[in-house]
Design a protein around this ligand. Sequence first.
Ligand SMILES: NC(=O)C1=CN([C@@H]2O[C@H](COP(=O)(O)OP(=O)(O)OC[C@H]3O[C@@H](n4cnc5c(N)ncnc54)[C@H](OP(=O)(O)O)[C@@H]3O)[C@@H](O)[C@H]2O)C=CC1
Ligand SMILES: O=CC(=O)O
Length: 324
Amino acid sequence: MDKCKVIITGRVLPSVLELIQKHCQVYQWEQTRSPLLSDITEWLNDAEGLFVTMNMPVNEQLLTLAPKLRVIVQEAVGYDNIDVPACTRRRIPFCNTPGVLVETTADLAFGLLLTAARRIHEGWEWVRAGNWQNGTQFPLGVDLYNKTLGIVGMGSIGSAVAKRGQACGMKVIYHNRKRLPVQDSFQAEYRGFDELLTEADFIVVLTPLTAETRGMFGAKEFARMKPTAYFVNAARGAVVDTEALYNALASKQIAYAALDVTDPEPLPGDHPLLQLPNILVVPHIGSATTETRIRMGMLAAENLLLGLDGRPLVTCVNPDVINS
Ligand SMILES: NC(=O)C1=CN([C@@H]2O[C@H](COP(=O)(O)OP(=O)(O)OC[C@H]3O[C@@H](n4cnc5c(N)ncnc54)[C@H](OP(=O)(O)O)[C@@H]3O)[C@@H](O)[C@H]2O)C=CC1
Ligand SMILES: O=CC(=O)O
């Protein structure tokens, strides 16, 4: 019997590829950049499954070229690149990988905060440049203890960051559209968005990117923050207006930013943000540990195989397409 044909839009771990190849014929995009639609058009014509590894747009245009597609999975939690209603209209189930990367991403978000506050990365550069003997001139950092951590997007990952902050003696405040039930907020206090901006010493963003959150942090929001504020974005780059962030940092309207995600992404090496002294940027590595990437890849692969088999998926974003 012919194996189902599936497209994988980037590199995956060998164990994940092996599992998929056992059951499917794989077309894999192997270049480091994300494929353009034109790069995979030929494969789309007979693909029954699509495994998305990077932020490739899955929209009407792509779906129209893929008449046999029966399941789409993405090895990520955020799915702002996927037109889910368009998948649903074609009765194609779509899965992301929630749950398995929560603690790992929270470690990275909190790690950015701690690294920026204590200038760990700058200290390393200082030592490596042979400056240790001038150690007393190394610029001082700031404490986390007794400071206020403001989390915008207190969901799975935001809550895990909140716990890390509390373990460091921080007071935690948060903002969501809906206030959490008391038992789920473990003493973090709810604030309106503007209140959180003015009160927090450290702000960590962990909302999804939606029409509502796109550009949520602009000039007005940075102007509300303390001049000593540290700003961490581990959500999606476009939640922040990059030019406004640049201006806020360059004019010292806020103290520091630490980013796992940027807009544009990847950030070009000559981008003005990277010339600033008060910023730390890492290349979207929130979930990038071996253990977590295996969990994400395996979950996505299992969902792919279930979908090809016409069975309900474990983490389906639009489950009604299967149940109806
Ligand atoms: N850097 C990285 O590598 C990673 C980044 N991410 C990003 O983090 C995001 C969050 O993931 P996760 O914690 O699992 O998601 P959850 O759905 O568990 O949490 C999202 C939170 O955001 C809140 N939220 C949504 N819209 C708004 C809004 N307009 N204003 C304020 N709060 C809002 C939600 O609360 P409410 O609905 O009440 O508003 C919820 O508390 C992902 O969507 C993804 O983009 C995820 C994994 C790794
Ligand atoms: O950015 C990563 C994700 O899982 O979402």
